[in-house]
Ligand binder design. Structure first.
Ligand SMILES: [Zn+2]
Ligand SMILES: [Zn+2]
Length: 246
């Protein structure tokens, strides 16, 4: 392909991916905001100005997530970049579930350490105060990030697909978990069953009860999917009270 047609192709893919991420955000956050209104009427009453800010920052983040993802998706299709594969038998069957865990764990590790770093006072004011402006957060805050914070999150999966083989279906699952947990963790109430949240497994995974405490207390519960790093580093302060009141 000539250089002249390369640029429009990558730009077109970046715009298409931005639109996909944007529609995904509006549909998922919209759905869970609607569910919140049904199961907790009035829970977010009076928060309309905050919700408008959350949507504005989130839509900007959609472009920051969509551009690198769109360029990598184009490179995968047109140039054979990345280690994304289509044939499930290309690697041993156990790599399918293991690759899901590896991707989530590496994303979680990156998130934990960059998130802790962004809680240093000088950087917090610049890059992370936007996310904590949601008091309390709502389902619309799922992608409410300052562009610097959005950039740190946007590069993770596009970088990993160059290094670690992943089936296209498993990659879809990674993105699904990322989307659902990003929204439900900010809803201000627990959607997962009490039996799971308070179970042995629940002690290692992050749901709204855990992330809500981060938004209340700031300097604890930094993780994204797993409580592993919070536990190892002594920053886990347990789960928020609203779970027991629910
Ligand atoms: Zn948050
Ligand atoms: Zn934070």
């Amino acid at each position: 392909m000539a250089t002249a047609s390369l640029l429009p192709a990558t730009i077109g893919s970046a715009i298409a991916m931005t639109a996909i991420v944007g529609v995904r955000y509006l549909a998922t956050s919209g759905l869970f905001a609607w569910i919140t209104g049904r199961v907790r009427p009035g829970h977010h009453a009076g928060l309309q100005p905050q919700i408008r800010r959350e949507i504005g920052w989130s839509l900007l983040s959609c472009a920051i997530y969509g551009i690198p993802a769109g360029i990598v998706a184009w490179g995968w299709q047109a140039r054979g970049w990345t280690r994304i594969y289509r044939d499930p038998a290309a690697y041993p069957w156990w790599w399918l579930p293991l690759s899901l865990l590896v991707y989530l764990f590496l994303h979680d590790t990156w998130f934990y350490w960059t998130h802790r770093w962004m809680h240093r006072p000088a950087l917090f004011r610049i890059a992370h105060a936007v996310h904590h402006d949601s008091r309390p957060p709502t389902a619309w805050a799922a992608m409410s990030f300052h562009p610097i914070e959005a950039l740190t999150g946007a590069i993770v999966v596009p970088a990993l697909v160059f290094a670690i083989p992943i089936h296209i279906g498993v990659l879809g699952l990674v993105l699904l978990v990322m989307t659902i947990m990003g929204v439900t963790n900010h809803m201000g109430w627990e959607i997962f069953p009490r039996a799971l949240v308070h179970s042995r497994v629940g002690g290692w995974i992050i749901t709204a009860s855990h992330h809500q405490r981060h938004h209340e207390s700031y300097r604890c519960n930094y993780g994204l999917y797993f409580r592993f790093w919070d536990r190892v580093c002594g920053t886990d302060r347990g789960i928020a009270e609203f779970i027991s009141a629910a």
